[in-house]
Design a protein around this ligand. Sequence first.
Ligand code: 3VV
Length: 224
Amino acid sequence: MTVDAHPDTEIPDPRDFGLAVVAEEDLSDEALALVQEVRALVDTVAHTRAGADDLAAARAAVAEARARLDGPRHDVGTMVRHSFPDGRVEWGTLTNAVAGPTNPLAMPLRLERAEDGDLRGTTVLNGVYQGPPGLVHGGWLAAVLDQALGSAANAAGMPGLTANLDVNYRRPTPLNTPVEVSARVTGTERRKVFVAAEIRHNGEVTAEGTAIMVRIGLPGDSGS
Ligand SMILES: CCCCCCCC/C=C\CCCCCCCC(=O)SCCNC(=O)CCNC(=O)[C@H](O)C(C)(C)COP(=O)(O)OP(=O)(O)OC[C@H]1O[C@@H](n2cnc3c(N)ncnc32)[C@H](O)[C@@H]1OP(=O)(O)O
């Protein structure tokens, strides 16, 4: 097994797979503000103790908003292009459940490369992601780790699918407070990319995971 994280093939371009692409900078401020409002709405709806009149009025308002937006849609599978100042480009899925910029269900998680080469980011999981009382659901922690692990392979130029995910929960992860996420490639073997990630609260690891990502083949790629 090598620990060389450099790709030996070109980074796939989603258009070669017939997928639609939008540039992150082309997402409108209005769209992103709406996503944020709906994200807050979901948390409010999940916890509200409002009375019947307010609930009925809110339902009507939400139904009206939904009808107003019921028009042209992005295709499922649309990819978003993130361009870095140094010319590097990364792709993600527009409505990714953890990191999709237009998905109100996404926390969201934004990861950037730190000086030590790890991907790092901070996110807050609100009460929508609750499992045990006051704590984040383990399935969502696994989703956050999976995303970070996949992003580490992706950022190293080796995008792939998760073949195996191994998660350990070390401490309870609290809701509604910033948690730090970090991830890195630890090795490669043929199409397999070995990755490791952690979630920390106040510097203490609450959950950690490793995964084997299997690199997607490029059209015409031997895959070796
Ligand atoms: C399209 C355009 C792309 C543009 C760019 C994209 C950017 C990405 C965007 C954003 C960043 C990432 C963020 C995403 C994060 C979330 C990731 C997910 O949620 S992924 C969804 C869940 N996972 C699945 O749905 C996989 C389902 N499984 C499969 O499809 C196949 O099993 C697959 C592809 C994983 C492997 O199938 P095979 O037929 O291609 O290859 P075989 O020969 O079976 O395996 C290759 C090697 O891997 C090992 N392997 C396979 N499965 C394994 C396992 N479960 N455990 C251990 N090793 C395994 C094998 O033993 C083999 O290893 P040996 O080279 O022979 O040593």
